[in-house]
Write a protein that binds this ligand. Structure first.
Ligand code: NAP
Length: 259
């Protein structure tokens, strides 16, 4: 399927690895020029070069922490005038509900709620002026079904989801389509770190912890960044113009709900 977005420009945040990289790759395959971001310059430049080589698109890199005002400024300077925004950042650490104080919540809200909102506020006005835009926020299955050890994530991402629900409906008539993409378990560094945490907590091997977690997924496995990226690219495509303020769950069936 031709996604109809060849020649457009996208900012994909937190995209040197994992789900963000999957989105950058799929958009590049559709002919989209990219601004890619991550904190670590080396991995970021390696991923950017691999994308340039594979797809022949233009890729600009910005090594910066997108959750800080300084990092956002750097990213926004490079991303001025983009047609597509994919927001993403690392997830908050796991813990118990008694572990977190105000500062921990502020940090999680900054990373997973206020950063995407700041980027939306900076870039969507230009999309509205040009009459076309797409925003995909990478959130989490934790918005639909809480992950008890990820209380900071549950809270911050639910806040972003509420903001997007209203905002998506305010901008849809101006050509800007905004939705959220909710990953369940995917095979990335983040998932491996959580496997390690589960193994430690139960005194079992990482391999066994992964097997245990795969057994909770009807598909019997973790998702891949390629599957995730392809869904993101569709949500950024011409064909997604009637999909407004939705939360698309990619979890292999793990969340046991009818709708
Ligand atoms: P990952 O494999 O650890 O990759 C994270 C990427 O984001 C890396 O490129 C990393 O590069 C970059 N990054 C992290 N913090 C950043 C920051 N402050 N500023 C700029 N770049 C940053 O993680 P992932 O699995 O792709 O997860 C992406 C998001 O989805 C996270 O918020 C995660 O909580 C959420 N999620 C993931 C899963 C899953 O199963 N994988 C499930 C639910 C939700 P640097 O470290 O160099 O900055």
């Amino acid at each position: 399927m031709d996604l109809g977005i060849s020649g457009k420009r996208a900012l994909v945040c937190a995209s040197s690895k994992g789900l963000g990289l999957g989105c950058a790759e799929a958009l590049a395959e559709a002919g989209v020029n990219l601004v890619m971001n991550a904190r670590g310059a080396e991995a970021l430049e390696a991923s950017a070069q691999a994308i340039r080589d594979a797809y022949g698109v233009n890729v600009v890199t910005v090594a910066a922490d997108v959750t800080t005002p300084e990092g956002q400024q750097k990213v926004l300077e490079a991303a001025e005038g983009v047609d597509i925004l994919v927001t993403n950042a690392g997830g908050p650490p796991p813990g118990l509900w008694t572990d977190w104080d105000r500062e921990d919540f502020i940090k999680a809200l900054d990373a997973n709620m206020l950063t995407p909102i700041a980027l939306i506020k900076a870039l969507v006005p230009g999309m509205i002026e040009r009459g076309w835009g797409r925003v995909v926020n990478i959130t989490s299955v934790s918005v639909k079904s809480p992950v008890p050890v990820l209380g900071l994530s549950n809270a911050a991402r639910a806040g972003l989801t509420g903001y997007v629900a209203g905002t998506a409906r305010q901008v849809a008539g101006k050509g800007v389509i905004m939705n959220n993409l909710q990953p369940g378990l995917h095979a990335t560094d983040r998932a491996e770190a959580l496997d390690g945490g589960a193994a430690k907590a139960q005194g079992i091997s990482v391999e066994d912890a992964k097997k245990q977690r795969c057994a909770t997924i009807p598909a019997g496995r973790y998702g891949t960044r390629q599957e995730f990226g392809a869904t993101c690219a569709f949500m950024c495509s011409q064909h997604a113009g009637f999909m407004v303020g939705q939360n698309i769950l990619l979890d292999g069936g793990a969340t046991n709900t009818t709708m």
